[in-house]
Design a protein around this ligand. Structure first.
Ligand code: NDP
Ligand code: GDR
Length: 326
């Protein structure tokens, strides 16, 4: 029997990091996670895994910390999930976003080139790169037209991963993932903001919810399904880029319809206020992904559909808020 594989996950404390860590542990990997120093720790999503993983201090802004982390973990695979990932914040902190979400990727690739160029590398690319879309649906060959400093930084990360693949033969894959959500989604993203508010409305803890643009459409999937695709990409013979999406698109209004129905409210107009604070300087109006390459080459398909996802999030937030307010 060969030795168990090992992996280093950056962004392990985030939504995807926690699901990916669970998947790799299940697959008997030795899992390392890169964590940055914060004044209060952010281990909430991986609390249940802390005795099964090893955390290494480091920051995507600090090149030496990355080299040391790669040396210490000596992994077969690296999953680069760390980023300033909130699109709205990228207008308020564009340079930080460029540093972490963009240049952070080349720091990881330089680390691989320096320590061991055989390490397989997964880069968390994003449908935000398509931005003002040039075709519907979007696939691997669709031109990019990013609409935020975040989207621009992700385009840099995408191309530099391709460039290190072509320049140095590094096994680097870009997963162009469309929006994926879960009960562990950050509270500032629209799906979780809605599911949490609806849970609180249901429990009488809140009266209404303030949102921005209700007309944008997203191809929303379940994060637990999407981390499987990341792993599959690194198990192939050749490194390639893949779109991962459900192939269905829904507006924020559609999300509100289903989420409010879960608490038996049909007409939600009195509960939702529009607030210009949540509008963006430039919007991505419509995302719809074509994941047929991933279906064909990776045998990947999503297991959780839109309604199941919305219901799962609302149910979980009702449970959490009940516990919090006991
Ligand atoms: P989260 O925002 O939940 O997690 C981001 C992670 O990055 C956190 O662990 C955070 O750590 C870490 N991080 C932030 N800055 C740094 C830094 N300077 N150094 C080291 N770590 C840092 O994101 P998701 O899990 O939702 O997404 C994972 C990745 O996939 C991101 O790169 C995101 O941009 C990308 N993506 C996400 C999609 C989605 O729909 N979820 C779709 C397409 C791409 P801390 O806990 O300390 O803040
Ligand atoms: P997005 O996710 O920008 O697609 O990026 P988000 O949930 O923040 O926004 C989706 C859409 O909802 C609209 N919206 C609001 N958004 C937020 N956050 N809050 C609101 O109150 C609100 N009202 C309306 C937005 O304008 C937007 O159109 C996510 C992130 O995970 C990225 O890291 C990732 O790359 C992409 O998905 C794919």
């Amino acid at each position: 029997m060969g030795k168990n594989k090992s992996a280093l996950i950056t962004g392990i404390t985030g939504q995807d990091g926690s699901y990916l860590a669970e998947l790799l542990i299940e697959k008997k990997y030795k899992v390392y996670g890169l964590v940055r120093r914060t004044s209060t720790e952010s281990n909430e999503r991986i609390q249940h895994l802390l005795n099964k993983i090893e955390l290494i201090d480091g920051d995507l802004i600090d090149q030496n910390s990355i080299i040391n982390a790669i040396k210490q973990a000596d992994p077969d695979e690296i999953y680069n999930l760390a980023a300033q990932s909130f699109v709205k914040t990228s207008w308020q902190q564009p340079i930080l976003t460029g540093e972490v979400t963009g240049l952070g990727v080349i720091r990881m690739l330089e680390g691989i080139k320096t320590v061991n160029d055989k390490i397989r590398f997964y880069q968390a690319s994003s449908s935000e790169m398509f931005g003002k879309v040039h075709e519907i649906p979007q696939k691997e060959t669709t031109p990019f037209h990013p609409r935020s400093p975040y989207g621009v930084a992700k385009v840099y990360g995408h191309y530099i991963t391709q460039n290190y693949r072509e320049s140095y033969g590094i096994f680097g894959c870009n997963g162009i993932l469309f929006n994926h959500e879960s009960p562990r989604r950050g509270i500032e993203f629209v799906t979780r903001k809605i599911s949490n508010a609806i849970a609180r409305i249901h429990l009488g803890l809140q009266k209404e919810i303030s949102l921005g643009n209700l007309d944008s459409k997203r191809d929303w999937g379940f994060a637990g399904d999407y981390v499987r695709a990341m792993w599959l990409m690194l198990q192939q013979e050749k490194p390639e880029d893949y779109v991962i999406a459900t192939g269905e698109t829904h507006s924020i209004r559609d999300f509100l319809d289903i989420a409010f129905k879960r608490i038996d409210i049909e007409d939600w107009s009195n509960y939702v206020k529009q607030d210009p604070r949540f509008m963006r300087p430039a919007e991505v109006d419509l995302l719809l992904g074509d994941a047929s390459k991933a279906r064909k080459n990776l045998g990947w398909k999503p297991e959780v559909n839109f309604k199941q996802l919305v219901d799962m999030m609302v149910d979980n937030d009702i449970k959490m808020n009940k516990l919090l307010n006991k």
